[in-house]
Ligand binder design. Structure first.
Ligand code: UDP
Length: 367
């Protein structure tokens, strides 16, 4: 049995690490294809190193001139690898262009393979839906779900989305939780020893943590400047530092849009996982457009204000630990006010550190 894992971005490396490590620990044959969608050390190598990702890695080099060249080049280069080193399973995670390219390549290669040699496409984190087709990630996750043979939705809400999209027929589907719960269970005790609060001169539960990187937030000047105004008002109202580890994409956009940061916002470079985990855990509240942060915040029991108009992490809304505030200053201030003194219960829907084991066992049962 041979596995191929296609990945590249920071969240893919983080969330796939428990499963890759499980495959290595159980001595399975596997290899990775890294599309280099994320290529900066701070967004990629530090995570491959920290999570001790083992196994052979094919590093491909798609042309990044546009999303079209990236995607088409990735499909072509992945196809070449899959043809010479054909796996039984190809695994992708989430909703990235990398994941979509991996699926597409496998799906096309499958057309020329005999029935019993076809590559089974596996989607981890299946069934998430924001019901907003203007989000590139929504399109990616829907197509990936349709093309996959084996689906691992985190919760029953995600499973229901798959059902509504007619995605269950001829597929195997297992509700397993989210591997981020494995990552958190393992690393919280270690992160607690990290001295990042001292380094940034912060006091536990007396700062806000911000991240932004999605096109809807940072490519549209009106939205980004409205968010910056909201951060300034929050700082004025609560007198808490606003810590903003800036995504390279966002840094670039701020420059291009000719915007400046208010001095109330403390901009820092993207952090390594343990430092960031400690910052999330001890923050008073997280404000972010990230998908992953909504999950991590809800597992840690930290309130989250989502700086988007929709979310595909529906369970965090259902459990009342996350508020969708969009880009409007007043809405953001109101959301923070609502959550500020609220006692947040850590949610258990994403599992308890045994998700990679469940995925592994289910895959083995399909051999
Ligand atoms: N993260 C990190 N360092 C940072 C910011 C984020 O390690 O400076 C982690 C975070 O804990 C989460 C993941 O990166 O697990 C989220 O990545 P991102 O927001 O880029 O992607 P998304 O989750 O929106 O797909």
């Amino acid at each position: 049995m041979k596995f191929c894992i296609v990945l590249s971005t920071r969240p893919e490396i983080i969330k796939l690490s428990p499963l890759i490590n499980k495959l290595a620990e159980k001595k399975n044959k596997f290899y990775l294809i890294n599309t280099n969608q994320h290529f900066l050390n701070s967004m990629s190598k530090v995570f491959f190193d920290f999570f001790k990702i083992k196994g052979k890695i094919y590093n491909i080099n798609p042309n990044k001139k546009s999303q079209v060249t990236f995607f088409s080049d990735s499909v072509k280069q992945i196809e070449k690898i899959l043809k010479t080193n054909t796996p039984n399973f190809l695994i992708v995670q989430g909703d990235t262009n990398t994941g979509l390219a991996g699926c597409m390549a496998a799906s096309l290669v499958n057309r020329n393979l005999e029935k019993n040699k076809k590559i089974k496409i596996v989607h981890i984190e299946a069934g998430l839906r924001s019901f907003d087709n203007t989000m590139p990630e929504e399109i990616n996750r829907k197509i990936i779900d349709q093309m996959s043979n084996i689906l691992f939705p985190p919760t029953k809400f995600d499973f229901n989305n798959l059902k509504q999209d007619n995605c269950l027929r001829f597929k195997k589907t297992f509700i397993v939780g989210n591997t981020i719960s494995d990552v958190l269970k393992k690393y919280i005790p270690i992160a607690d020893k990290v001295k990042i609060l001292e380094k940034l001169n912060l006091t536990k539960k007396k700062y806000f943590l911000v991240t932004l990187h999605r096109p809807e937030s940072v490519d549209i000047k009106e939205n980004l400047s409205s968010l910056f105004k909201a951060f300034k008002s929050l700082h004025k109202k609560y007198n808490y530092p606003i810590i903003f580890p800036i995504h390279p994409r966002t840094k670039d956009k701020v420059k291009k849009l000719n915007l400046s940061y208010d001095k109330s916002i403390k901009i820092i470079e993207p952090l390594r996982y343990l430092e960031f985990l400690k910052l999330m855990k001890d923050s008073k509240l997280i404000l972010s457009d990230s998908g992953g942060l909504q999950e991590e915040a809800s597992i840690l029991g930290v309130p989250c204000v989502t700086l988007r108009t929709t979310t595909e992490r529906q369970i965090t809304l259902i459990r009342n630990v996350n508020i969708i505030a969009g880009y409007n200053q007043n809405k953001i201030l109101n959301a923070v006010k609502k959550l500020y003194n609220k006692k947040i219960k850590k949610i258990k829907d994403f599992g308890n550190g045994d998700v990679a084991e469940k995925i592994y066992k289910n895959l083995m049962s399909l051999k």
